[in-house]
Design a protein around this ligand. Structure first.
Ligand code: SF4
Length: 382
């Protein structure tokens, strides 16, 4: 079983209009104490649940705002505390306009080997609606600079299903993303989250809510075009060149253990889940209490135990998001000591009967129809 480390960097230069992530735009002065607190948490967690980690993911927020020295400290802490293999996948999320050739070369030298850019749209009006600071030109420049710095594994995130977004605009965005030849593309349907400026605008009636039928057409278009371009649709929202699936996210989808380190980060040790204090200042203060206090749960906000039935249901739901792999009988049985039919026979029969699922000698996978109605399948399983 693989283990992943997620490092949360809760700082941004600017708040996007759709964002409800745990990130802050007015706390630049906390970056250095935060880096120190995060390194302290990494060191304190060493060997706690599993001695070796296989992937690291710097997410945020905007991790590319951290200095080379701060990133070096964090990568080094991960290496020594979790015996990272030399070729471990280390991803860093970045925003166009926050990286330079020099900063990217520093990252590459640290062993960071995968860059993920929030690009979102090639349309200037849509970028403005989303409150993004960059234009598509900066996306192109960032990807070119990343290549020049020696990275051969790049992801681009795009968002579809925006209010008033015509299909033609989405088609142009997908074409523009393909022109940058990333190894990996993630597509997310816009979700209007309570408390965000976009939510406020839809509540006041200034903007319509996203149209699910239009979003489905956009998804279908992307599926067709990305498939034709040689990308494997390996997860409901993710496409990759052969061998370029995100190893870190595969750990989540296979319901394997991960440590979320940093403010508000979530962790799972299979039998237990916990999450940290959300506000950077609170997190820093708690980390300052020392390694014993961190190990005793002093940095955590809350936790919950995961019983076997919950774990099995989550393994099914997450695994079915993997469109090619699905849930294999071998993996399920090795983990739970009995075939999946012991626990899910009725649900599997029902989903197969409705044409949503295929079950064969290898395992269970969503059908084409099941991809569009995955929530129906998930409801049957839990
Ligand atoms: S850059 Fe990302 S994390 Fe930061 S505000 Fe925008 S969407 Fe949120």
């Amino acid at each position: 079983m693989a283990t992943g480390l997620y490092l949360h960097i809760p700082f941004c230069r600017h708040r996007c209009s759709y964002c409800d992530f745990n990130t802050y735009v007015d706390q630049d002065g906390l970056r250095e104490p935060y880096a120190e607190a995060l390194a302290a948490e990494i060191r304190a967690r060493a060997g706690e649940v599993r001695p070796v980690a296989h992937t690291v993911f710097f997410g945020g927020g905007t991790p590319s705002l951290m200095s080379g020295e701060q990133l070096a400290r964090l990568v080094e802490a991960c290496r020594s505390a979790f015996a990272l293999p030399d070729d471990a996948e280390i991803t860093l999320e970045a925003n166009p306009g926050t990286v330079t050739l020099a900063s990217l070369r520093e990252m590459r030298a640290l062993g960071i080997n995968r860059l993920s850019f929030g690009a979102q749209s090639a349309d200037p009006g849509e970028l403005a609606l989303l409150g993004r600071e960059h234009g598509w030109r900066e996306v192109g420049e960032a990807v070119a600079t990343v290549r020049a710095a020696g990275f051969d594994n790049v992801n681009i995130d795009l968002i579809y299903g925006l209010p008033h977004q015509p299909l033609a605009s989405w088609q142009r965005t997908v074409r523009a993303a393909l022109a940058l030849a990333p190894e990996h593309i993630s597509l997310y349907a816009l979700s209007i989250e309570t408390g965000t400026p976009l939510h406020e605008r839809t509540r006041r009636g200034e903007l319509p809510l996203p149209d699910p039928d239009a979003a489905a057409d956009m998804y279908e278009h992307a599926e067709q075009v990305l498939g034709d371009a040689g990308y494997a649709h390996y997860e409901i929202s993710n496409w990759a060149r052969p061998g370029r699936a995100c190893a870190h996210n595969l750990i989540y989808w296979r319901n394997e253990p991960y440590f979320g380190l940093g403010a508000g980060a979530h962790s799972s040790s299979i039998q237990r889940r916990w999450w940290n204090a959300r506000r950077p200042a609170d997190y820093i203060a708690r980390a300052a209490a020392g390694p014993e206090a961190i190990r005793a749960g002093g940095i955590e906000l809350a936790h919950e135990d995961i019983d076997a039935a919950t774990s099995r249901g989550e393994t099914m739901m997450l695994g079915l998001r993997l469109l090619e792999e699905g849930i294999t009988h071998a993996r399920f049985e090795a983990r739970y000591g009995a075939p999946m039919t012991t626990f899910f026979q009725a649900a599997l029969d029902q989903a197969v009967g409705e044409g949503l699922l295929t079950v064969d000698a290898v395992g269970a996978r969503l059908t084409e129809r099941g991809r569009f109605l995955s929530n129906r399948v998930f409801r049957l399983l839990v």
